[in-house]
Design a protein around this ligand. Structure first.
Ligand code: HEC
Ligand code: HEC
Length: 336
């Protein structure tokens, strides 16, 4: 099932805020990858998935929820730690990415380890350094809670939480996190125009960045080696871990640059605190990372062009996305 609705970009205001129908995206975007025919969008299921996303009951000691690492105010990235921070204050070895426009992804995680969308929550739930739980025990805990029993009954006319229901409802919430109303989108829709500086930055972007961070999703969904040096602490070989193909050593999934302003720190290990540092990596500080980089660095742009590029990257932000009530902690559900 596909709900193609021309967004507010055309009329200048975001109609994504109106939560009906629950899955909307601009007409000029490619078709999503997710198989909606097996999990048709339903607003009650989406709301149940939202409650699960914010509920620390999914972790072994009920201290960590998905939102602990994926904050709605940062486009669902995690900004107070370079790498993830799970139960018992344990640190993982990767930076939590934004959770936006996930329905278009073919593979999840920095190395594409997860190809089947609905199984994604199992990874953090069972990861000993993230939530440290097991699914069977999560289901036992959830089945003791009247608030879940009530919602389940309203949806399925049966109040039992099953693994399939849990995973499909969580997918519904994740899939609904669509961000498509940045200044860039409004410029494309003819509602706003770029400043001279943003326009110049756009040209630099098209020349040097768009081949991997391809509009309109600002990723080509490929795995690439962007020339960052190997971190001696994590020695993360990226896509190679999954594919075992020599050419994939140090390749990581090309991340979207939408809402990049909010998702610092940057790269799979959060090594760069600011966008300036990222741009200087591409334009100046080239340290070979042993593998063959898929981009020949340094890229040649001047200091002025670097500042223009930064101005362009900021047009990819949709600040209103971070404050959408329908994505935030569902207080009413937990008060019931
Ligand atoms: C302890 C921190 C932490 C918790 C808790 C956590 N995540 Fe994540 N999340 C991460 C990190 C780090 C990654 C990147 C992992 C990798 O590449 O191996 C990630 C990746 C993801 C991705 C893939 C995004 C992409 O673009 O590939 C999704 C989806 C996601 N998490 C959803 C969830 C859900 C749902 C939960 C709760 C069940 C959750 N996360 C709990 C840290 C966390
Ligand atoms: C050869 C493909 C390629 C090109 C060209 C490229 N990038 Fe990247 N970029 C990547 C990959 C891959 C990553 C993720 C690396 C990682 O996770 O460690 C990345 C990461 C980033 C990040 C951090 C994103 C995040 O969420 O942490 C930013 C910002 C960025 N690139 C901007 C740019 C800009 C600006 C240009 C042009 C000057 C550019 N990139 C050119 C492949 C590319």
């Amino acid at each position: 099932m596909k709900n193609r609705v021309i967004l507010g970009i055309v009329v200048g205001v975001s109609c994504l805020a109106a939560w009906n129908p629950p899955f909307q995206y601009p007409d000029h975007w490619p078709a999503p990858q997710y198989a909606f025919e097996h999990n048709a969008i339903d607003s009650l299921k989406r709301e149940l998935g939202r409650a699960l996303f914010y509920d620390p009951i999914l972790s072994a000691d009920s201290t960590v929820s998905c939102a602990s690492c994926h904050s709605p105010y940062q486009s669902f990235a995690h900004t107070d730690h370079a790498v993830s921070h799970g139960i018992n204050d344990q640190l993982g070895n990767r930076n939590a990415p934004v959770l936006i426009n996930l329905a278009w992804q073919r593979q999840l995680m920095h190395d594409g380890a997860i190809a089947f969308f609905d199984f994604q929550p199992l990874a953090p739930i069972t990861h000993p350094k993230e939530m440290g739980e097991d699914l069977r025990h999560v289901l036992i805990k959830l089945n003791r809670q009247p608030r879940y029993q009530r919602e389940l009954f309203a949806i399925y006319q049966d109040s039992t939480m099953t693994s399939e229901r849990l995973l499909k409802c969580m997918s519904q919430f994740l899939l609904s996190l669509v961000s498509a109303d940045s200044k860039y989108d409004q410029v494309q829709g003819g509602v706003l125009s770029f400043t001279e500086q943003e326009q110049s930055g756009y040209r630099v972007f098209q020349a040097h960045c768009a081949r991997c961070h391809t509009p309109p999703m600002f990723t080509n969904y490929a795995f690439a080696n962007n020339g960052i040096s190997v971190d001696p602490m994590y020695q993360d070989s990226g896509r190679y871990k999954i594919s075992h193909q020599a050419q994939d050593v140090f390749r990581f999934k090309v991340p979207t640059l939408r809402n990049i302003e909010f998702s610092y720190p940057y790269m799979h290990d959060g090594r760069y605190a600011t966008l300036r540092e990222v741009l200087q990596h591409y334009s100046r500080d080239y340290h070979s990372n042993e593998g063959a980089a898929d981009v020949s660095l340094p890229l040649s742009f001047s200091e002025k062009e670097e500042t223009d590029l930064l101005a362009f990257l900021l047009t990819l932000s949709e600040p209103a996305f971070n404050f959408k009530k329908e994505n935030q902690f569902p207080r009413a559900f937990f008060q019931r």
